[in-house]
Design a protein around this ligand. Structure first.
Ligand code: NDP
Length: 314
């Protein structure tokens, strides 16, 4: 049953292609971006029908902007996709959000954490047979998989959460309270995305009936996510993923996979982290990918939840 879905970060990449796939399946998409103008232009370039789209201003890095955007949303939503992200591996010093938090944790995790909390009521109001919250995770933050074991610059690790506990503001930049590593800050934020999904499932699936899932669509090695990496990396990385690891997927296929997790009856189970076997093939089968202890430990998840609640002001 096609419904209305809100997707964050649709100016390019996975979010834009998921928008396209869902519109083609009959859904209405509300896009949430820091530039609704650029989101509209990107949708136009894909020839998407304007009447099935609504573009709202939402800067995920700014909690006030998330709140303002939510206030103006309709009171009923059938699905939400948390897709927007920044990856800034070349930063020498942490960049800060308007609230003073390290920018990748602020944008990728805290903005989405607040967004989902604020949208729960609207999802409850929906009469759609399968209401879903879908969060983009990644292989590099799951040490159960080979891609999550690569120690460059360091594996995702929230340590003792002392940075979280200290409030994440200057001089703190990392969840662990340890020195700033920009590439790791991204991985840590994505680990928080997967932890949040698991905790949303544990706390809220039973009473709300909402399906909470995360996914790794494959390595979409040629999206603008990698715009802040060295130029040579931007050439070599897609080639390496296509020819050596076999992990590469096209942006269009990644978009179809997100659309499946939002809309297909086979993806109605809550608490699952979806991945695909035979990642490059169009008919590669989805499976429930086991997550690392770091992503599933209930004690860590409870603390991440409580501390995130405080940091977003709930
Ligand atoms: P892109 O850089 O193409 O897309 C990121 C989107 O997020 C853009 O639309 C960007 O908009 C938006 N965005 C960034 N900052 C903000 C903000 N403050 N407020 C609102 N929107 C913002 O990257 P991908 O498509 O590759 O990544 C999408 C998701 O997929 C991410 O969550 C990523 O972690 C995940 N992922 C990607 C993989 C890959 O291989 N590419 C693999 C696994 C997961 P703007 O134009 O304004 O910057």
């Amino acid at each position: 049953t096609p419904g209305t879905v809100l997707i964050t970060g649709t100016t390019s990449g996975v979010g834009l292609n998921a928008t396209c796939a869902l519109v083609k399946r009959g859904w209405t998409v509300i896009t949430a971006n820091r530039s609704p103008q650029r989101a509209a232009a990107a949708a136009d370039d894909m020839d998407l029908p304007k009447e099935r789209l609504q573009h709202v201003l939402m800067d995920l890095g700014d909690l006030d902007s998330v709140r303002r955007a939510v206030d103006a949303l309709p009171d009923r939503l059938d699905a939400v996709v948390c897709n927007a992200a920044v990856y800034k591996p070349k930063l020498k010093q942490p960049e800060r959000s308007p609230q003073g938090y390290e920018i990748s944790m602020a944008t990728n995790h805290l903005g989405h954490f607040l967004l989902v909390q604020l949208l729960l009521g609207r999802l409850q109001n929906s009469s759609h047979p399968s209401r879903r919250v879908v969060i983009l995770g990644t292989v590099t933050a799951n040490s159960k998989e080979l891609g999550g074991k690569i120690p460059i610059p360091a594996p995702a690790d929230l340590g003792d959460l002392s940075g979280f506990e200290a409030g994440f503001k200057y001089p703190v930049a990392m969840a662990s309270g340890k020195p700033f590593k920009p590439g790791k800050a991204y991985k840590d934020s994505k680990l928080c995305n997967m932890i949040s999904t698991q905790e949303l499932h544990r706390r809220l699936h039973g009473e709300s009936g909402i399906t909470f899932t995360s996914l790794y669509p494959g390595c979409v090695a040629d999206t603008p996510l990698f715009r802040n990496t060295p130029k040579a990396f931007q050439t070599i990385f897609p080639w390496f993923q296509k020819n050596i690891t076999g992990g590469y997927v096209s942006q269009a296929l990644a978009g179809e996979r997100v659309a499946d997790v939002v809309a297909h009856p086979d993806f109605a189970e809550s608490g699952v982290h979806w991945s695909w076997g035979n990642r490059q093939k169009k008919d590669g089968q989805q499976f429930s990918q086991e997550l690392s202890d770091k992503a599933t430990d209930p004690d860590t998840a409870r603390r991440v939840w409580d501390l995130s609640m405080q940091l977003v002001g709930l």
